[in-house]
Design a protein around this ligand. Structure first.
Ligand code: SF4
Ligand code: SF4
Length: 84
């Protein structure tokens, strides 16, 4: 699937353990990344400062669902399952 530009759910729901500019410890699950702008686009897109985990993330209907709300829910569930 194509990433829905302006969704941003994968920059909010999951935790990220690698450092992000402005978030040196990474970010907890459910917290909005400081690099996510008001349009829900990544300020670091295309920059070498963007964490590798973000660049590797590929949109997939199994985690992105059909809507932003579904993505927030599915990614949150995935986080809970893998954090155990
Ligand atoms: S959750 Fe999926 S659709 Fe939404 S921004 Fe991330 S990759 Fe794109
Ligand atoms: S650095 Fe960019 S892609 Fe990664 S979580 Fe933050 S806003 Fe999203």
């Amino acid at each position: 699937m194509q990433c829905r530009a302006g969704c941003g759910a994968c920059c909010i729901a999951p935790s990220i353990s690698s450092p992000i500019p402005g978030m040196p410890e990474g970010k907890p699950a459910g917290v909005r990344c400081v690099q996510l702008d008001a349009r829900n686009l990544c300020r670091l897109f295309g920059s070498p400062e963007r964490p590798e985990v973000c660049s590797r993330f590929v949109a997939d209907v199994q985690v992105c669902g059909e809507t932003r709300e579904q993505a927030l829910h599915l990614l949150g569930e995935w986080e809970r399952l893998t954090a155990a």
